[in-house]
Design a protein around this ligand. Structure first.
Ligand SMILES: Nc1ncnc2c1ncn2[C@@H]1O[C@H](COP(=O)(O)OP(=O)(O)OP(=O)(O)O)[C@@H](O)[C@H]1O
Ligand SMILES: [Mg+2]
Length: 612
């Protein structure tokens, strides 16, 4: 799914299939048939008026200027007035029809792109984590912005340009033949000579212009990543290196742009010389015809105007083809994105959960084995059997990489295990709607996520319909109330992008409050108190103990002080349960846990070091 592999689709070989990709847009266009018809009508009027102008000009020249000097009379003056009035009338029709077409067509472009953007985003946010492991978010963003903009060009301008210029080309050609078949035959020959090199050269310019767009996208992707990691960059004093990298990237874009501009300048020169050469040549032939009396001055004027309409439409059509091909590539990429199916789907017939009991939910892991899709050869969990009773508090301990967080991810059904089953209150979680399953689980993740909004809204994320009082109660429970009150605007304080205005421990307490506000029957805490000092940890610990009443809780913790009071401690290593029991029984047993406990309560070695 790399963008580079699909962005070259408008090469000559794939030209046909690439334009066919635009068909994929039809479902998005279908709801707006009426607007298309209206735009089409406006288009017909505008093209008709454009084609009428040269004829009106001929009238003006032959019967206005030419005749006025020859034989002046009141009848003639009236005729002149009528001719000029008609010309203005045609211009007025052209003005109204063009404005109407522009409005309708631009409206369609904006509307369709808004629909496409919303559809793609809606689709992407429903994807499972596997999707985000393989797709860079920057790529999704660029598809949402750049690719949809290209589609907007097609719907909003290219379609109408193509139709208008086809009409003008056909109509102009017919009128040319009507005016002077002989000159038309000559000009058709010239057209091939003039337009062919312009079209060929234009294709080269377009390729260069796409290159330069890609370069700019590269540069901004680079800048985006670095700006998000400023503290790291500065702590390694890599400012100079990063500035240099971006500078080089921008320089690359500049070089590509200059090559494009150079080609474009040449193209412009070529076009002007060829087009004017042809026009002057035909004018010269026409002037001779007028001198010989086989053509009137008005005829010649009319002819020149039609010829320029036809030539202009050919140029515009070739331009439109290029746009359409680029948009076809963009459409292909977007449709590819829309076609990707998440492995984690709602079941066809979801079962409901039994009504919530006073104790919370029962969790059963039945011989669960799991490997991450990107690392199928290594088992993250193997043959895991666990039965956690409703209302029980279970602590998961074990060295780093043992599979503790993985277990939580499976409980939330971010992935499905390759073997075995996970049950919530006796129901296989694959038979539950994702909404039901995840609605029953509150999680405080290992890496807390704070959104760029106020403290109040961040906690309310746990249950969007919660009142302010409920939010504050949850904050008090999570020992977050005091520090929030001391923020400059209290609960209304903006926490900064990714919560940069908070300390790590404060972020954790916000995340705990968020999970508590949700009031789920199953609470998952992944290192929820790891960033807290001893004092705050004791506070949060006490709060959590209160919060554990009436629900099942699974706690992951490295610090054993946090887990001592759990009903049961499960020691996980390399995806297997190696020991389980209470703190006292495990210490008495004298196994892995007893070792950890001995080391930790002496106070030094971190769990992961000595266990691995
Ligand atoms: N998204 C992923 N894709 C592939 N492998 C992964 C992914 N996430 C974790 N792993 C691997 O799975 C194993 C278990 O990881 P997990 O996050 O469950 O460990 P953990 O017990 O939570 O460790 P820690 O105490 O450091 O948080 C590790 O070897 C890890 O490298
Ligand atoms: Mg973990």
């Amino acid at each position: 799914m790399t963008s580079s592999s699909t962005s070259n689709t408008d090469s000559d070989t794939s030209r046909k299939s690439s334009l066919a990709a635009l068909k994929g847009l039809l479902p998005f266009l279908r709801p707006y048939r009426r607007q298309f018809v209206l735009a089409g009508i406006a288009l017909l009027f505008a093209a008709g008026a454009t084609l009428a102008i040269p004829a009106a000009f001929k009238q003006m020249i032959d019967h206005g200027f030419g005749a006025a000097s020859a034989s002046a009379g009141s009848q003639n003056i009236e005729h002149v007035n009528a001719v000029f009035l008609a010309l203005f009338g045609v211009a007025a029709v052209l003005a109204v029809a063009t404005a109407a077409r522009f409005f309708m067509v631009s409206w369609l472009g904006e509307r369709v792109v808004a629909d496409v953007r919303a559809a793609v985003y809606r689709h992407v946010v429903h994807q499972s984590p596997e999707f985000f492991e393989t797709t860079r978010t920057g790529e999704v963003l660029s598809r949402l912005t750049t690719d949809t903009t290209l589609i907007q060009t097609v719907v909003g301008t290219s379609i109408s340009l193509a139709l208008r210029n086809t009409l003008l080309f056909a109509g102009g050609l017919v009128m040319l033949f009507v005016t002077s078949p002989k000159l038309t035959a000559i000009i058709l020959g010239l057209l091939v000579l003039v337009v062919l090199p312009i079209v060929l050269f234009g294709r080269r310019v377009r390729k260069l212009s796409r290159d330069s767009q890609d370069r700019i996208a590269d540069a901004s992707a680079l800048a985006g990543e670095i700006l998000n990691a400023m503290p790291t960059v500065q702590s390694f004093t890599h400012e100079g290196i990063e500035a240099g990298r971006f500078g080089a990237s921008v320089e690359g874009a500049f070089q590509t742009a200059i090559r494009r501009i150079h080609a474009r300048a040449t193209l412009t020169m070529l076009a002007i010389v060829l087009v004017f050469g042809a026009i002057v040549f035909v004018l010269w032939l026409g002037a001779h015809a007028v001198l010989e009396g086989t053509m009137t001055g008005g005829d010649l004027g009319q002819f020149i105007l039609y010829a320029s309409i036809v030539a202009g439409s050919v140029g515009a059509l070739s331009e439109v083809m290029g746009e359409a091909q680029r948009a076809a590539g963009a459409t292909e990429r977007l449709l590819e994105l829309l076609a990707s199916r998440s492995d984690i789907q709602d079941p066809a017939h979801p079962r409901p959960l039994p009504p919530r009991t006073a104790n919370g939910a029962r969790v059963t892991l039945d011989d669960v084995s799991f490997s991450y899709p990107s690392r199928l050869d290594a088992a993250a969990l193997s043959h895991l059997k666990l039965d956690i009773a409703a209302g029980e508090t279970v602590a998961l301990v074990g060295p780093s990489g043992a599979g503790k967080t993985t277990l939580f991810q499976l409980l939330l059904r971010f992935y499905d295990p390759q073997a075995g089953a996970i049950r919530l209150d006796g129901i296989d979680i694959r038979d539950l709607a994702l909404h039901t399953l995840r609605g029953a689980i509150g999680i405080v993740p290992q890496d807390t996520v704070i959104f760029a909004s106020s403290a109040l809204e961040n906690i309310r994320y746990g249950r969007p319909e919660a009142s302010d009082e409920e939010v504050i109660a949850a904050a008090k429970m999570a020992a977050a109330h005091e520090f929030i009150e001391r923020l400059p605007q209290g609960y209304g304080s903006f926490l900064g992008e990714r919560g940069v205005r908070l300390s790590g421990g404060q972020r954790q307490r916000i995340a705990i409050a968020r999970a508590l506000l949700k009031n789920p029957p199953l609470l998952l805490l992944d290192e929820a108190t790891s960033a807290l000092d001893a004092e705050s940890e004791r506070l949060v610990q006490r709060a959590l103990e209160a919060a554990m009443v009436g629900r099942t809780t699974i706690i992951i913790a490295h610090r054993l002080a946090t887990v001592q009071r759990a009903d049961r401690i499960i020691v996980l290593d390399e995806g297997r349960v190696v020991e389980s029991g209470t703190h006292a029984s495990l210490v008495a047993h004298g196994g892995v846990y007893a070792n950890l406990a001995a080391l930790q309560f002496q106070g030094h070695a971190p769990l992961e070091r000595q266990a691995s």
